[in-house]
Design a protein around this ligand. Structure first.
Ligand code: MG
Length: 271
C-alpha cells in the first residue's frame, strides 16, 4: 500500500461508492456530475508491457495493443545495465508499432539522478513521448532538475497520498504531468482538489490504473490528460468502457455506469 498508510486506500472505495450513488440518485453519469468537461479522453495501454519481458516480447505485446485500438503505449524500464540497452527496448517497440504511436516510459523510480539524466537523454533521442517516475517520488528537487534538463515531459505523482505532497511537487515545478492514484489519494473527493490545484499551476493530470473510474474523473476536468488503461477489474465487470479512436469513452449510464458480473463477484467472495 506504499508509504502513505492504509487509511486513504480504505476510504477510497467508500468515497467512490457515495459518488456512484449520488450520480444514480440524480440520474447523471459521474463525469457530468463532476464537471462534464467532455465524455472521453485519450487512453494509453500499459498492461502486459512489463520490465520482465524481452524486447521482442515487449514489441509483440505493444503491437497487439495498437491493433486493438490504442494510439499510445507505456513501457516499464529500469532494469537494464546501460541506457543504450534501455533504449533498445524502446526501439524494438517503435519498429513494431510504426511512427505514429506515442511511446511513453515508466522507470518506476529505478534510477539515481545521474543515471536518470543520462538515460533520459538517450531515451529522448530514441523518440519517447514522456518519462514517468525517473527517480524516487520524494526526490522533488531531482525531478525538477530533470525537467529543466530534458525536453520530454516528466510525469510523477502516483505514489503521493496527500494534497500537501502534490502542492510541494507543483510549487517546485517538478513535473509536466501529475499522475493521480484514486485509491492512494482517498477517492474522488480529494482527487478533485488535487486536480484543481494542478490546473491552477497549468499542469495536466493523468490517471493511474482503474481506467473505468478514472475516465469519469479525468473527463470532468479541463486539465484531464490521458487515462492509463490497465483493466484489472475487467474480470468482475459485465463490460469495460469502450475504446473509440484511441479514446476511452465514459459510460453514459447514471453514476459510474458500471455493472458488476455478479457470478464473477461471488467466485471471488471471501466468506
Ligand atoms: Mg507508474
Amino acid at each position: 500500500m506504499g508509504p502513505g498508510g492504509l487509511l486513504h486506500c480504505a476510504l477510497a472505495p467508500l468515497d467512490i461508492a457515495v459518488w456512484d450513488a449520488a450520480g444514480k440518485t440524480l440520474g447523471q453519469p459521474l463525469h457530468r456530475l463532476l464537471g462534464g468537461y467532455r465524455d472521453r479522453l485519450p487512453t494509453y495501454a500499459s498492461d502486459g508491457l512489463w520490465v520482465s519481458l524481452s524486447p521482442a516480447e515487449l514489441a509483440a505485446s505493444a503491437k497487439r495493443h495498437v491493433e486493438s485500438g490504442f494510439g499510445a503505449v507505456k513501457l516499464r524500464l529500469g532494469k537494464e545495465a546501460t541506457p543504450e540497452l534501455e533504449a533498445r527496448r524502446v526501439l524494438a517497440v517503435r519498429e513494431a508499432v510504426g511512427p505514429d504511436v506515442r511511446i511513453m516510459v515508466d522507470a518506476v523510480e529505478s534510477w539515481s539522478l545521474a543515471r536518470a539524466r543520462h538515460t533520459g537523454r538517450v531515451l529522448q533521442d530514441a523518440g519517447i513521448a514522456g518519462l514517468e517516475d525517473p527517480v524516487h517520488h520524494l526526490d522533488v528537487t531531482g525531478l525538477a532538475e530533470l525537467r529543466r534538463q530534458l525536453e520530454i515531459p516528466i510525469a510523477a505523482g502516483e505514489h503521493l497520498y496527500h494534497l500537501d505532497a502534490f502542492r510541494r511537487l507543483l510549487e517546485a515545478q517538478a513535473v509536466d504531468v501529475v499522475i493521480l492514484d484514486l485509491a492512494r489519494v482517498g477517492g474522488v473527493t480529494p482527487w478533485r482538489k488535487i486536480a484543481a490545484l494542478a490546473h491552477a499551476h497549468r499542469v495536466p493530470v493523468c490517471g493511474h490504473v482503474v481506467p473505468e473510474i478514472q475516465v469519469h474523473a479525468l473527463s470532468a476536468v479541463p486539465n484531464g490528460h490521458m487515462v492509463e488503461y490497465v483493466p484489472r477489474s475487467a474480470g468482475i465487470l459485465a463490460s469495460m468502457p469502450r475504446i473509440e479512436g484511441g479514446e476511452l469513452v465514459a459510460p453514459q449510464a447514471p453514476g459510474l455506469g458500471l455493472e458488476l458480473d455478479e457470478a464473477a463477484v461471488r467466485r471471488h467472495q471471501v466468506a
